[in-house]
Ligand binder design. Structure first.
Ligand code: SF4
Length: 481
């Protein structure tokens, strides 16, 4: 039976009312300026809203009109909008934009046919600009709209363009303007592209769920009715460098209870206050003696009972690799494991560190649940990297490092990501060279692990590959403490 689209969209509207407004709509509400809406829409392609918002803000501080944009060189624009996806291509589009607008008297045109003549503007962008900036009837079909309309069996199409054409025929015009922002917000929060949260969706039971594999929810243990805590772990490869790429906005966008950071490469006294004092969080630091090297930090909304720096062994603690927070029912250990290095020069050091770390974790695990997270600097199985055969003698995939990871799992620790996802090509680190991230030639070396007794408390574990700002992406754990 066909769905009742009025009722479905009204339900979605009520569901997303509390969620964040898509960044382009936000800019529209704040500015009502077609130029800024157009630029923000170009920036937003294949980029998280938090990242787009930071980049748009940086750019508009310098160039909020076509005239001012015309005064910037392409490299300056690229620098301002980094790290939005495809920032170099987008800088190329933006540097040509003022000249392209001249044939429309320097103003952003309203019609789809005119808009698609502008650099970087395809049909989707044109529809979005026409509807958001000018309030004209247009259906902006992005991947969320295309995907969800097919899940609902409201259309039966295999491309966003065909979905747009089908919706023009069947979707009542009163929904055209709102359908994009509703389904983008819904697609980002509930009906996600991977493992949609059907268990939390008010449309469950009415939705045809065509082609959907909902997320798995682990059965709650008896009496456990608490809201799960959200943890993030991220090797930022230098917190000062990450700050230039929108770290602050990304971090607050996680809306997580605890955020564990590795490879800070800075002492807290080298950092500006805005990186140490983030609204709602208290930060804790364990830095290496050597400046600019290693280091871990934790931002926490929850007050810990105890903070433990290091593992009590000077040889390792001088490198600022382990920071533990103790809470009433669990310990969180944030770890930056050593890299075995070029020529495996530090393999022995790493293996000694690893053994001591298991002992340290085992001691803590006697009285409370244990969550270990961080950059483990090892891909455990062949499925965890793109080219296993070529890397058996390389740091991070040697038999010795993998054997240690086996012993870690044998000691009772669980790789939470693999509780939910058995797919290949799920990576958390990509070399900066050879365009590896774009080609998804990567390694999964960042983990959230828990002790065996905590298995039932794990609600979800995912990788967040769309978050840029480092050569690693963050990983996330939802856990009922
Ligand atoms: S029930 Fe699942 S598939 Fe259907 S709209 Fe909700 S989240 Fe999406």
């Amino acid at each position: 039976m066909p769905i009742d689209i009025d009722s479905f969209l009204d339900t979605v509207a009520r569901t997303v009312a509390e969620s964040r407004t898509p960044v382009v709509d936000l800019i529209a509400v704040q500015t009502r300026d077609p130029f800024r809406i157009l630029v923000a829409t170009i920036l937003s392609a294949r980029t998280k809203d938090e990242v787009t918002a930071v980049a748009a803000d940086k750019l508009f501080r310098v160039a909020d009109t076509a005239d001012k944009l015309a005064r910037l060189a392409e490299a300056e624009i690229a620098n301002l909008i980094y790290p939005v996806g495809f920032y170099r291509s987008k800088a190329g589009y933006l540097v040509r934009l003022p000249e392209a607008l001249e044939k429309f008297g320097g103003r952003v045109p309203e019609s789809i046919d005119d808009l698609v003549t502008l650099p970087g503007v395809g049909r989707k962008t044109a529809n979005l600009v026409r509807s958001v900036a000018f309030g004209k009837p247009a259906i902006c079909v992005d991947t969320h709209v295309h995907r969800i309309m097919n899940i609902w069996e409201y259309v039966d199409t295999d491309s966003p363009l065909k979905t747009e054409m089908a919706l023009r025929r069947v979707l009542p015009e009163r929904h055209w303007l709102r359908v994009n922002s509703l389904l983008v917000a819904f697609g980002q929060s509930i009906c996600r592209p991977v493992s949609p949260h059907c268990d939390a969706c008010p449309l469950l039971g009415r939705c045809p769920q065509r082609g959907v594999t909902p997320r798995k929810i682990m059965k709650k243990s008896a009496g456990d009715t608490r809201h799960p805590l959200r943890f993030i772990s991220w090797n930022v490869n230098g917190i000062r460098a990450a700050a230039q790429k929108g770290f602050h906005g990304i971090l607050t966008g996680f809306d997580a209870d605890i955020i564990a950071i590795q490879e800070t490469k800075a002492h807290p006294d080298q950092l500006p206050p805005e990186l140490k004092n983030i609204d709602g969080y208290t930060s804790y630091w364990h830095s290496a003696e050597r400046k600019g090297y290693s280091g871990v930090a934790i931002y926490s909304r929850l007050p810990p009972e105890q903070v433990i720096t290091g593992i009590g062994i000077p040889e390792f603690d001088g490198e600022g690799r382990v920071l533990t927070l103790e809470f009433p029912t669990f310990y969180l250990i944030n770890i930056y494991f050593p890299n075995s290095g070029e020529g495996l020069k530090r393999l022995d050091y790493k293996l000694r560190f690893n053994r001591e770390l298991i002992d340290f974790a085992g001691r803590l695990n006697r009285d409370k649940a244990l969550i270990l997270c961080g950059d483990f600097n090892v891909a455990h199985k062949p499925i965890d990297l793109k080219n296993p055969a070529a890397n058996v003698k390389n740091a991070g995939f040697t038999p010795e490092e993998r054997a240690w990871m086996d012993s870690f799992i044998d000691a009772g620790f669980i790789d939470t990501f693999r509780m939910f996802n058995q797919q290949p090509e799920q990576y958390t680190w990509w070399s900066y060279r050879f365009n590896a991230r774009t080609k998804n030639v990567g390694w999964r070396i960042d983990y959230f692990c828990v002790d065996q007794a905590s298995r039932d408390k794990v609600r979800n574990a995912v990788i967040l590959p769309e978050i840029m700002g480092s050569d690693h992406c963050p990983v996330q754990l939802d856990f009922s403490a």
